[in-house]
Design a binder for this molecule. Structure first.
Ligand SMILES: [Mg+2]
Length: 190
Protein backbone atom coordinates (compact mmCIF):
# COMPACT_ATOMS: atom_id res chain seq x y z
CA UNK A 1 0.00 0.00 0.00
CA UNK A 2 1.31 3.40 -0.97
CA UNK A 3 0.36 6.96 -0.22
CA UNK A 4 -0.20 8.39 -3.69
CA UNK A 5 -0.06 12.17 -4.01
CA UNK A 6 -2.02 13.29 -7.05
CA UNK A 7 -2.06 16.77 -8.57
CA UNK A 8 -5.47 18.07 -9.65
CA UNK A 9 -5.19 20.35 -12.71
CA UNK A 10 -4.11 18.59 -15.92
CA UNK A 11 -4.10 15.28 -14.05
CA UNK A 12 -7.67 14.89 -12.74
CA UNK A 13 -9.25 18.10 -14.01
CA UNK A 14 -8.89 20.17 -17.15
CA UNK A 15 -7.81 23.67 -16.13
CA UNK A 16 -6.40 24.38 -19.61
CA UNK A 17 -9.56 23.36 -21.57
CA UNK A 18 -11.69 25.27 -19.04
CA UNK A 19 -9.65 28.46 -19.59
CA UNK A 20 -9.73 27.92 -23.38
CA UNK A 21 -13.53 27.45 -23.35
CA UNK A 22 -13.99 30.60 -21.30
CA UNK A 23 -11.60 32.53 -23.55
CA UNK A 24 -13.45 31.27 -26.63
CA UNK A 25 -16.87 32.22 -25.26
CA UNK A 26 -16.02 35.72 -24.03
CA UNK A 27 -13.04 36.80 -26.13
CA UNK A 28 -13.42 34.75 -29.33
CA UNK A 29 -10.04 33.10 -28.75
CA UNK A 30 -9.54 29.92 -30.79
CA UNK A 31 -6.57 27.96 -29.48
CA UNK A 32 -6.17 24.20 -29.40
CA UNK A 33 -4.92 22.74 -26.06
CA UNK A 34 -2.14 21.00 -28.03
CA UNK A 35 -0.73 24.44 -28.92
CA UNK A 36 -0.08 25.35 -25.27
CA UNK A 37 3.67 24.90 -25.11
CA UNK A 38 4.58 26.54 -21.80
CA UNK A 39 3.14 26.55 -18.29
CA UNK A 40 2.08 30.20 -18.61
CA UNK A 41 -1.14 29.57 -20.45
CA UNK A 42 -2.57 33.10 -20.35
CA UNK A 43 0.32 34.57 -22.31
CA UNK A 44 -0.37 32.16 -25.20
CA UNK A 45 -3.95 33.11 -26.01
CA UNK A 46 -3.15 36.00 -28.30
CA UNK A 47 -4.83 38.43 -25.89
CA UNK A 48 -3.39 41.76 -24.83
CA UNK A 49 -2.34 42.23 -21.20
CA UNK A 50 -5.60 43.96 -20.25
CA UNK A 51 -7.74 41.13 -21.65
CA UNK A 52 -5.50 38.52 -20.00
CA UNK A 53 -5.93 40.22 -16.64
CA UNK A 54 -9.64 40.58 -17.25
CA UNK A 55 -9.95 36.86 -17.96
CA UNK A 56 -8.13 36.10 -14.72
CA UNK A 57 -10.05 38.63 -12.62
CA UNK A 58 -13.52 38.13 -14.10
CA UNK A 59 -13.60 34.35 -14.41
CA UNK A 60 -10.62 32.50 -13.00
CA UNK A 61 -10.94 34.27 -9.64
CA UNK A 62 -14.47 32.93 -9.08
CA UNK A 63 -15.04 29.86 -6.92
CA UNK A 64 -17.94 28.79 -9.19
CA UNK A 65 -15.61 28.70 -12.19
CA UNK A 66 -13.30 26.32 -10.31
CA UNK A 67 -16.15 24.14 -9.15
CA UNK A 68 -17.46 23.69 -12.70
CA UNK A 69 -14.11 22.61 -14.15
CA UNK A 70 -14.28 19.61 -16.51
CA UNK A 71 -12.95 16.23 -15.40
CA UNK A 72 -10.32 14.57 -17.60
CA UNK A 73 -11.53 11.40 -19.33
CA UNK A 74 -10.71 8.33 -17.24
CA UNK A 75 -9.72 10.31 -14.13
CA UNK A 76 -12.52 8.95 -11.92
CA UNK A 77 -11.68 5.39 -12.98
CA UNK A 78 -8.01 6.07 -12.21
CA UNK A 79 -8.78 7.18 -8.64
CA UNK A 80 -11.03 4.11 -8.25
CA UNK A 81 -8.27 1.81 -9.54
CA UNK A 82 -5.73 3.29 -7.09
CA UNK A 83 -8.11 2.77 -4.18
CA UNK A 84 -9.03 -0.74 -5.34
CA UNK A 85 -5.30 -1.59 -5.12
CA UNK A 86 -5.35 -0.42 -1.48
CA UNK A 87 -3.51 2.85 -2.04
CA UNK A 88 -4.28 5.97 -0.06
CA UNK A 89 -5.01 8.84 -2.44
CA UNK A 90 -4.28 12.44 -1.42
CA UNK A 91 -4.86 15.25 -3.90
CA UNK A 92 -2.20 17.96 -3.57
CA UNK A 93 -3.07 21.17 -5.38
CA UNK A 94 -1.49 24.59 -5.49
CA UNK A 95 -4.06 27.29 -4.63
CA UNK A 96 -5.18 30.06 -6.98
CA UNK A 97 -4.46 32.85 -4.55
CA UNK A 98 -6.77 35.46 -6.11
CA UNK A 99 -9.85 33.26 -5.77
CA UNK A 100 -11.70 33.59 -2.47
CA UNK A 101 -13.33 30.25 -1.63
CA UNK A 102 -10.89 28.31 -3.85
CA UNK A 103 -10.27 25.58 -1.23
CA UNK A 104 -13.98 24.86 -0.67
CA UNK A 105 -14.65 24.85 -4.42
CA UNK A 106 -11.89 22.30 -4.92
CA UNK A 107 -13.02 20.17 -1.96
CA UNK A 108 -16.60 20.19 -3.31
CA UNK A 109 -15.50 19.11 -6.78
CA UNK A 110 -13.29 16.33 -5.40
CA UNK A 111 -16.14 15.03 -3.27
CA UNK A 112 -18.74 15.31 -6.05
CA UNK A 113 -16.67 13.77 -8.85
CA UNK A 114 -14.29 11.40 -7.05
CA UNK A 115 -15.91 10.71 -3.65
CA UNK A 116 -12.78 12.06 -1.96
CA UNK A 117 -13.06 13.28 1.63
CA UNK A 118 -11.76 16.64 2.94
CA UNK A 119 -8.77 14.92 4.58
CA UNK A 120 -7.75 13.64 1.13
CA UNK A 121 -7.07 17.15 -0.13
CA UNK A 122 -4.08 19.36 0.68
CA UNK A 123 -3.76 22.90 -0.63
CA UNK A 124 -0.14 24.06 -0.78
CA UNK A 125 2.23 25.97 -3.01
CA UNK A 126 5.13 23.92 -1.62
CA UNK A 127 4.30 20.38 -2.72
CA UNK A 128 7.81 19.05 -2.05
CA UNK A 129 7.09 19.22 1.70
CA UNK A 130 4.26 16.70 1.45
CA UNK A 131 5.33 13.16 2.23
CA UNK A 132 4.14 10.20 0.22
CA UNK A 133 5.36 7.16 -1.70
CA UNK A 134 4.27 8.32 -5.15
CA UNK A 135 3.95 11.83 -6.58
CA UNK A 136 2.02 12.55 -9.79
CA UNK A 137 2.04 16.04 -11.37
CA UNK A 138 2.29 17.73 -14.77
CA UNK A 139 4.53 20.63 -13.69
CA UNK A 140 8.23 19.93 -14.22
CA UNK A 141 9.46 22.02 -11.28
CA UNK A 142 7.00 20.34 -8.88
CA UNK A 143 8.20 16.86 -9.86
CA UNK A 144 11.87 17.89 -9.72
CA UNK A 145 11.56 19.51 -6.29
CA UNK A 146 9.55 16.63 -4.83
CA UNK A 147 12.08 14.07 -6.16
CA UNK A 148 14.99 15.93 -4.60
CA UNK A 149 13.45 15.87 -1.12
CA UNK A 150 11.83 12.42 -1.42
CA UNK A 151 14.73 10.43 -2.83
CA UNK A 152 14.05 6.84 -3.87
CA UNK A 153 10.32 7.39 -4.14
CA UNK A 154 8.36 7.33 -7.36
CA UNK A 155 7.81 10.70 -9.05
CA UNK A 156 5.79 10.79 -12.27
CA UNK A 157 5.40 13.65 -14.74
CA UNK A 158 2.02 13.47 -16.49
CA UNK A 159 2.50 14.16 -20.20
CA UNK A 160 1.15 17.53 -21.34
CA UNK A 161 2.08 19.69 -24.35
CA UNK A 162 3.82 22.20 -22.03
CA UNK A 163 6.25 19.63 -20.51
CA UNK A 164 7.32 17.66 -23.59
CA UNK A 165 10.76 19.22 -23.75
CA UNK A 166 11.71 17.58 -20.47
CA UNK A 167 13.90 14.52 -20.93
CA UNK A 168 15.06 13.80 -17.39
CA UNK A 169 11.83 12.87 -15.58
CA UNK A 170 9.61 9.81 -15.92
CA UNK A 171 6.93 11.22 -18.23
CA UNK A 172 3.89 8.98 -18.71
CA UNK A 173 1.05 9.45 -21.16
CA UNK A 174 -1.91 7.54 -19.77
CA UNK A 175 -3.51 6.46 -16.51
CA UNK A 176 -2.77 2.84 -17.52
CA UNK A 177 0.95 3.61 -17.78
CA UNK A 178 0.88 5.37 -14.40
CA UNK A 179 -0.89 2.44 -12.69
CA UNK A 180 1.66 0.05 -14.22
CA UNK A 181 4.58 2.18 -12.97
CA UNK A 182 3.10 2.20 -9.45
CA UNK A 183 2.57 -1.58 -9.56
CA UNK A 184 6.19 -2.08 -10.68
CA UNK A 185 7.46 0.25 -7.95
CA UNK A 186 5.46 -1.67 -5.31
CA UNK A 187 6.83 -4.94 -6.61
CA UNK A 188 10.41 -3.68 -6.28
CA UNK A 189 9.87 -2.58 -2.69
CA UNK A 190 8.72 -6.05 -1.58
MG1 LIG B 1 -1.21 20.41 -12.61
Amino acid sequence: MSVVLVDCDEVLTGFVPHVLNTARMYYGVDVNPEEISSFDLFAQLGLNKKAQNNLKDEFVSRAGWWESMPIRPGADGFIGDLQARGHEVVVVSSPWLNCPGWESARRNLLRREFWLQPKQFISTSDKARIRGDVFIDDKVSNVEEWSQINEGRLAILVDQPHNRENTTLLRLRSFEEILQAIDDHEEKRK
